[in-house]
Ligand binder design. Sequence first.
Ligand code: UDP
Length: 234
Amino acid sequence: MFKRILLKLSGESLAGESKQGIDTQRLADYARQVKEIAQKGVQIGIVIGGGNIFRGLSGAQQGYDRVKGDQMGMLATVINALALKSAFDAINQPSRVLTSIRMQPIGEYYSHDKAIRLLEEGTVVILAGGTGSPYFTTDTGSSLRALEIKADVMLKGTRVDGIYTADPEKDPTATKFTEITYDEVIRRGLKVMDMTAIVMCRDNGLPIYVFNMDQSGNLAKVINGEQIGTLVKP
Ligand code: UDP
C-alpha cells in the first residue's frame, strides 16, 4: 500500500461534463474519495490544475502575453484549490492550501518543511499555483512536488481508465496498457502528461499511475493495489 501519494487532478476533470467552471458534485465526490483514503492513514498531497478556467497557451493564441496568460492560469489553479478546500471543510476532512506564489491570507506560502509537517499530521495538503513559474504546467508542478515530498507514486486521476495506444474517445481500436515505460510513452508521443513532467519522473524514478477518478471508490481501489489503471515505470 502507498503511504504517501501525490494526486494530480486536472482542472478539466473538476469541470465535469460542461468542461468549464466547477461541477460541485464532482468536487464533492473527489473530496469524499480523498477522505476515504486519508482515514486509512495515507498521506495525501494534491496538485490541482486550472484548465477549466484558463490556460496560458490558449490565452497566448488569443493574443495575451504568454507570461501574463500563464500567471492567469496559475491563479486559476488557486481558485480550484479553494473550491477543493471548501469541499474538504464540508465533510470535516482537515486540509490546507499552500500556494507557490505569496498570497496570504488566501493560502499559505509553500514550504517543503511545512508540507511535510502537515502530511505527517494527516492533513491533506492542496498545492496550488503549479511551480509558480510560467512556461510550466501543473503536470510539471505535480512531478516537482511529488519528488519534493518523497511521494511513493504520482497518481493521475483522469476520466479515462489508463493509458491507451491512441485516444480511446476518438479511436475505438485503441488498446490499454497495464504497464508502460517512460521511454515508451515518450517514443509513442502518448498524451499522458507533458513531456517535461514525464522526463522529470523518469530521471528521478518516480512511478506514475493513471486511472479513472470519475468513478467513485476508484482512488481507494488504487490504494488497495487493484490494477484498474496504467503504471508508468522504468
Ligand atoms: N501554469 C503555469 N505554471 C505552472 C503551472 C500552471 O504557468 O507551474 C499555468 C499554465 O498557463 C497552465 C495553467 O496554469 O495552462 C493551468 O494549468 P494546467 O494547464 O496544467 O491545468 P490542467 O490542464 O491540469 O487543468
